[in-house]
Ligand binder design. Structure first.
Ligand code: PGA
Length: 247
């Protein structure tokens, strides 16, 4: 049985008071699902000082380099020192706004996997134009294979994949549970070309306008093992409720 994972991506949002509100709300909580918050780096120590055992912590991006003259970058080795458990890689905002190519994403994932115990959450997903042109599966397959081809097979078991159709991110337009399930089944099949056993265990998250009203329908689908949530992860009660729905 794959355990559900509910991840909140704060993007470049949040504040110390929001960290406090989350820590208070989640303090005595008990979920069947894994709960993960991915705030801006600076808030990681503030979360840790509150010692909320129910919340695991992740970061939104890490460098492909170990250290050196890379102003503004953060190394996976540093994140590991701060007990960061997960990192996003290849979020569509990184791909579109910061020009991250499939190759750059692959280099970052490979470094994190080979040099640390951090679990990468690889984000993939097509744009509206690509879906309407009938290319969604090809686009996702190419994004996936760029990373799967580069990763050492012994590290594959630590990978998580998030399917986030770009047209659903921050738009209020969610993929239907059927559309998401169809792509998740496809992603699992692509992973099976690399390792059949891992394809059955790997957690596949859906992301794109997940909220309290639509989460349960998505979680019911066979190949949807959780969610990567942006907007609704900034509302403490909504995020708490979604974590409950994933039980
Ligand atoms: P959203 O963002 O939930 O606000 O659509 C999801 C994401 O970008 O991870």
């Amino acid at each position: 049985m794959r355990r559900k994972l509910v991840a909140g991506n704060w993007k470049m949002n949040g504040s110390l008071s929001l960290v406090n509100a989350f820590c208070e709300r989640f303090q005595a909580a008990n979920f069947g699902a894994e709960v993960l918050l991915i705030p801006p780096y600076l808030y990681i120590p503030a979360f840790q000082s509150k010692k909320t055992d129910t919340i695991q912590l992740g970061v939104q991006n890490l460098s492909s380099f170990s250290e050196g003259a890379y102003t503004g970058e953060i190394s996976a080795l540093m994140a590991e020192e701060f007990k960061v458990v997960y990192s996003l890689f290849g979020h569509s905002e990184r791909r579109q706004l910061f020009n991250e190519t499939d190759q750059v994403v692959a280099e970052k994932v490979v470094f994190a996997l080979s040099a640390t115990q951090i679990k990468p959450i690889l984000c993939v997903g097509e744009t509206l134009e690509e879906r309407e042109a009938g290319n969604a599966f090809d686009v996702v397959s190419k994004q996936l294979k760029a990373v799967l081809d580069a990763v050492d097979s012994k590290d594959l078991g630590r990978l998580v994949i998030a399917y986030e159709p770009v047209w659903a991110i921050g738009t209020g337009k969610t993929a239907t549970p059927e559309q998401a399930q169809e792509m998740h089944a496809f992603i699992r099949q692509v992973v099976s070309e690399y390792n059949v056993a891992i394809s059955q265990e790997i957690q596949l998250l859906y992301g794109g306008s997940v909220n309290v009203a639509n989460a349960a329908g998505l979680f019911q689908k066979q190949d949807i093992d959780g969610a990567l949530i942006g907007g609704a992860s900034l509302k403490v009660n909504d995020f708490f409720e979604i974590c409950n729905l994933a039980n």
